[in-house]
Ligand binder design. Structure first.
Ligand SMILES: [Mn+2]
Length: 433
């Protein structure tokens, strides 16, 4: 007997990957954990008989020859598979998109990639084998793919995810059905949680990223908190959001990120949880840590991680070209053309007086003005940045103040300049000209 199974609190990527395994491996039966996410439960209540699925208690462990594990690589996340973990004659194959770390399942064959969803791995294999799927199979796979990639919008989404979506749509995946299960109506108690969170979100800026923290005490079980957190991150407009839901004996941490630099799965591994770059969760016992300690600990991890990444000092231009305030405009223009630069600092000794950029030359209306001193045309409002700050902080300063150049100051001395071009080059991984 071949069985395929996935993690407890099964999401659509897990369920769809189990179903995909039953299609890809002849004779394979899918085992769905008893605890599933609310929307998966809703889907199964109407669809389960359409697939070859059973519950964990129905598995005859001694008859299982081969085990396919999908969307996780940890034994403890499987439902009632301990008997199989102890067997040494069992053949195990693993399909997962969670980056290495923490997994204790040793497989004979591993299909593991940093990719948007586990479904993508299956869909790619199915397409390579020229399989035709039914609209029903295609639809459930598409729901899994969309859920884990935020409809192909999460930063971890790859071209292969988009190609997998194309393959599933080619096989007549139904977007109406998918939309229905991907956007469950919010229930009354979910709305209450949402309002509760809105009242007290703590925002911290950590290395240029805005991070939201919420602590909510639950007096009853509320389904699908993950969906509420996803929605709330967009409402509060932060780069990443961590919500701690505390009940009698434990804290459930749910995290969501909308930026590439913050990998939720990696951060929550420190708390014994996991997930992927855009989304993840962890559970911590009340006795082990307070909610405040969790928030501080996440902040510390974020601060440490960012300190290892790129800083302004790495991308700034130097030495900085500067002129005195009485330099004629004509001379400044020649200087910019010769050095192929768009901005020049106006300084007197170490003192920054202003900045003149290409754009300011438009203010020169009469020929005689080319002989006027630069101080008559320069902008005097100067924002600066420190060499240890992040490119994100620079980008934010530029956007909020509509400036294109930021002098980089260290101990009040200008050591470089960072421009819009430097920032764009950094963000798009473009090579410098
Ligand atoms: Mn997944």
């Amino acid at each position: 007997m071949i069985i395929a199974t996935t993690h407890k609190n099964t999401d659509f990527d897990g369920l769809a990957s189990v179903i995909a395994a039953t299609i890809l491996y002849p004779g394979c039966v899918g085992v769905v954990p008893k605890m599933t996410n609310k929307n998966v439960e809703r889907f199964l209540s109407t669809h389960k008989t359409a697939f070859n699925l059973i519950l964990p208690q129905e598995v005859k462990h001694d008859r299982v020859r081969k085990l396919i594990v999908v969307d996780t690589d940890q034994w403890q996340r499987l439902d009632r598979m301990d008997k199989l973990a102890a067997r040494d004659d069992l053949v195990i194959e693993l399909w997962d998109h969670h980056p290495a770390g923490g997994g204790d399942i040793v497989a004979h064959r591993t299909y593991k990639e940093r990719i948007g969803s586990t479904v993508t791995l299956f869909a790619r294999e199915m397409e390579a084998r020229g399989l035709q799927l039914t609209p029903l199979d295609s639809t459930v796979l598409l729901i899994g793919l969309y859920e884990d990639t935020g409809h192909l919008s999460f930063p971890g989404t790859t071209p292969d995810d988009a190609r997998a979506a194309a393959y599933l749509l080619d096989n007549r995946a139904d977007l109406n059905v998918a939309g229905f299960f991907l956007n469950p109506p919010y229930e009354e108690n979910q709305k209450e949680i949402l309002f509760e969170m809105m009242k007290k979100t703590e925002k911290r800026t950590i290395c240029g990223n805005s991070i939201g923290f919420n602590h909510v005490t639950l007096d009853k079980k509320v389904p699908n908190l993950a969906a509420v957190v996803s929605m709330y991150r967009k409402i509060v407009n932060v780069d990443a959001l961590f919500v701690i839901f505390s009940s009698d004996d434990r804290h459930a941490i749910i995290g969501r990120s909308g930026v590439e630099g913050i990998d939720i799965g990696e951060i929550l591994q420190s708390f014994g949880g996991g997930g992927h770059a855009g989304a993840g969760s962890a559970t911590v016992k009340n006795a082990e840590m307070t909610a405040e300690a969790i928030i501080d600990s996440i902040s510390a991890i974020l601060a440490k991680k960012s300190s290892e990444t790129v800083k302004i000092a790495d991308i700034m231009s130097f030495p900085v070209i500067s002129v005195g305030p009485d330099t004629p405009m004509r001379e400044v223009q020649t200087l910019m053309t010769t050095h192929k630069i768009r901005g020049v600092m106006v300084t007197e000794g170490d003192d920054i007086q202003g900045i003149i950029v290409l754009w300011d030359f438009k203010k020169v209306k009469k020929d005689s003005q080319w002989e006027s001193p630069v101080k008559a045309f320069m902008a005097r409002k100067i924002l600066s940045i420190g060499p240890g700050e992040s490119p994100t902080t620079a980008a934010r300063l530029m956007i909020e103040n509509d400036v294109g150049h930021l002098p980089v100051l260290q101990d009040n001395k200008m050591i470089g300049i960072v421009t819009r071009t430097d920032i764009l080059t950094f963000y798009y991984d473009l090579l410098p000209e």
